[in-house]
Design a protein around this ligand. Structure first.
Ligand SMILES: Nc1nc2c(ncn2[C@@H]2O[C@H](COP(=O)(O)OP(=O)(O)O)[C@@H](O)[C@H]2O)c(=O)[nH]1
Ligand SMILES: [Mg+2]
Length: 261
């Protein structure tokens, strides 16, 4: 799985696979990216290129951040994450802004304006995005222990539903990363494999699938590194498994788009 992610096939028109992470603050987006770098690098130590803030300490500015998976000086994995940093709730972004990110119109570094979506005249607005500039996958990052917080208000629910429908129309893969699964039971912290045999985890996964109207196979179980200093082969395995699922869905999507053109 590690080499699968490291050796994503080079395509001239799509040098990088772009994956957008959407989710509330503190749901584990940054921790997932750091866990991905650790698992891919396989250096026997934890890697944390991106800062994980303790709850509530993250700045309130909302920015679109490009997070490349830099494994070492001369290896940049061909999967890239985009993180809407500072997002308290899905409703704190305009639906138009979310669709503009997905369609490749917004340049990384853009600071979202809560009063208005980006305009076509803005210097951070890309007028003519190519396939390489667009998002090829959207991952909703949901805290497994508090899934209902993800869509707590009517507006958040409606925005989510609109995004889901738009993406379904254009066949852009949508996945759910159910983070903090390790928090369900203290046994899981000792032996993470137990999550695969737990009826409770299965029930929560079914609940999240139903809640988001996506199919069960779209829901990925994740336990990020958090706090510990040593390596966990089980966490690396789970992270690589989820990365492989993301890459596979992007490959299928790109093939579909190129075939259509
Ligand atoms: N137990 C556990 N804690 C996590 C997990 N993912 C993130 N955290 C913790 O949740 C908090 C917020 O994580 P962060 O990655 O900054 O969330 P973000 O705001 O979505 O980027 C931090 O204290 C992390 O250590 C996980 O999978 N399991
Ligand atoms: Mg973050």
């Amino acid at each position: 799985m590690r080499s699968y992610v490291r050796n994503i096939k080079k395509r001239p028109d799509v040098p990088f696979f772009n994956c957008l992470l959407i989710g509330q603050i503190a749901n584990g987006k940054t921790s997932f990216i750091n866990s991905a770098v650790t698992a891919i690098a396989d250096e026997g130590r934890r890697k944390s290129p991106f800062t994980v803030y303790s709850r509530g300490k993250e700045s309130t500015t909302k920015t679109l951040c490009l997070c490349p998976l830099l494994v070492n000086e001369d290896e940049d994995v061909r999967l890239r994450f985009y993180d809407c940093r500072g997002l308290h709730d899905i409703e704190s972004l305009w639906f138009d802004d979310i669709m503009n990110i997905i369609n490749g119109h917004i340049l990384p570094g853009y600071e979202f304006d809560s009063n208005t979506p980006i305009t076509k005249e803005h210097e951070m607005y890309r007028k003519d995005p190519k396939l390489a500039d667009k998002m090829h996958c959207v991952v909703y990052v949901i805290n497994a222990t508090a899934p209902k917080e993800a869509l707590a208000t009517k507006t958040a629910e409606e925005t989510f539903e609109k995004i889901r429908q738009e993406l379904t129309k254009s066949n852009i893969p949508q996945l759910i990363l159910m983070t903090k699964v390790d928090n369900f039971h203290k046994n899981f912290q000792e032996d993470l494999e137990k999550i695969f045999y737990s009826n409770y985890v299965k029930m929560m996964r079914d609940f999240i699938a139903q809640y988001t109207s996506l199919t069960k196979d779209r829901v990925l179980l994740q336990a990020n590194y958090c706090g510990e200093t040593s390596i966990s082969p089980q966490k690396d395995f789970l992270t690589l498994y989820n990365l492989q699922k993301i890459v596979e869905s992007i490959e299928d999507y790109i093939k579909y788009v190129l075939m259509k053109d």
